[in-house]
Write a protein that binds this ligand. Sequence first.
Ligand code: CA
Length: 215
Amino acid sequence: MDFKSKFVLVLIISLLVINSFVLVFFIKKSITGEAIRDDVKLKSPTSIDEDKETETQSTDEGSIGSGGSSSSGGSSSSGSGGSSGGSNNEQKNGQEEEKLEPAYFKLTSPTSKWADFYGSLTIDNEPAQIGDEIAAFAQGNLCGVFIVENKGSYGFLHVYADDVLTREDEGAISGDKIIFKVFDLSKGIEREAVIVDNANAIWHADERIKIDLED
Ligand SMILES: [Ca+2]
């Protein structure tokens, strides 16, 4: 056997080896995929949405199985991965629509106790707009954040208590006077809010306190 034919032989063998690795990889991938989906089915038999999703995925698998040749199996399994990613994104978007999250004021360590503040909210002589934010401060500490959901009002704004067992000052203690700041989303401006009629914005755990605000 001369050098050239040896080289060709080695080339053919290595191609065969690579091919079989690729095959094993796709087979493993489809097996683990099935196992995970079975888990999902077992964990939440009540969730109709998830059941629907698993059903559509299993029909995908069916088509992979009937696809026959290994290469088509590989490509359609990556296709189903893409479609499940898409449905995850849809779920995320759905959650965002349900609940707006404050983006300007960031609450770092909410505790398990709070007081609720609510009332009207006027910014720049106009009713607060959806997406505007309001933050509550006790002794200079940010301890409550709310994003406006209904034009011209806010609440319930949870204003959290300090955890007496930690040295860090997480929030309010009984008798603290609360200062409010607002963030006007359309103008991108933060301002301190004025409490209408000088009402007493005094914090007491578990209370609901109506405070109208303007700026
Ligand atoms: Ca503390």
